[in-house]
Design a protein around this ligand. Sequence first.
Ligand SMILES: Nc1ncnc2[nH]cnc12
Ligand SMILES: [Zn+2]
Length: 322
Amino acid sequence: MTSHLKKVELHCHLEGAAPPALTEAQAQKYGIDISGQLRDGAYIWHDFASFLECYDKVSEVYKTEEDYALLTETYLDELAAINTIYSELIVSPDHGKRIGLGADAYIAGVCEGIRRAREKSGIEARLIVTGERHFGPESVIGAAEYAAKAGNPLITGFNLAGEERMGRVADYIRAFDIARDAGLGLTIHAGEVCGAFSVADALDAVRPARIGHGVRAVEDLDLVKRLADLGTVLEVCPGSNIALRVFPDFASHPLRRLKEAGVQVTISSDDPPFFHTSLEREYALAAEAFGFGDAEIDAMTRTAIEAAFVDEETRRALLARL
Ligand SMILES: Nc1ncnc2[nH]cnc12
Ligand SMILES: [Zn+2]
């Protein structure tokens, strides 16, 4: 049982956390046919590419500032109810632009959702702006420029997500330079769909403090040692990895092997309802599928707070709550 444990999440895509019932209601409100993406309360996709398509389509039913406030508040309330004290949400102001809402209104809605949830439960949250590889390097640079110039204290990180098989990390160096110069924390999706080389690429080109997933680093033991030596923190999302068939089952998932090799690991849910999971389930899996005890799970949560993209005062307050 892990329900009593305090929880922290470093890796969850906001639109990827959209509860199917809320998405259904939104689709009805706007008269959008979502039957190709959502049936019987479950999102429909069959591989990584179709998951990304489904994700983008589902995002289209969230259209206004208030829609984003509601989505954010709903997810953070769900997290707070399972003892979560801190959440980093991966957001796409670019999506706001694409749907005609605008990046500022998109972020304003998300921030209002954070404010409402925090007022009720005390949950802390920060935003990681992401660029999406499948929209090309220019759009990723645009996302970095937006994050750098926003001057929004809740935007504290920059990420690269989307179709990992498109381009190499080196194509996105400029975006990460912009984000780094603005003082944002850096993390990159790598070693999820692509092999160990993508993690090495991320380290060579950007050297981020954290890597989203990174689990396929296990295919190269020298790289595992490099991650351990550098202290790079992995945002591991086991349920997502199994749903996307990165590994066939939890028995072959490398979370424990990476931890035992000295890599800093943390636990997150990625896109929970798309992958039939939740942060609550990911913590339960840490105990039941990976055999970690409470103290080991607390240590991973501590690692997450230590690696969080927050100011030192907030970090101290979160550590005190653990
Ligand atoms: N798991 C994932 N990998 C890459 N991009 C994503 N965007 C949303 N979820 C993602
Ligand atoms: Zn992700």
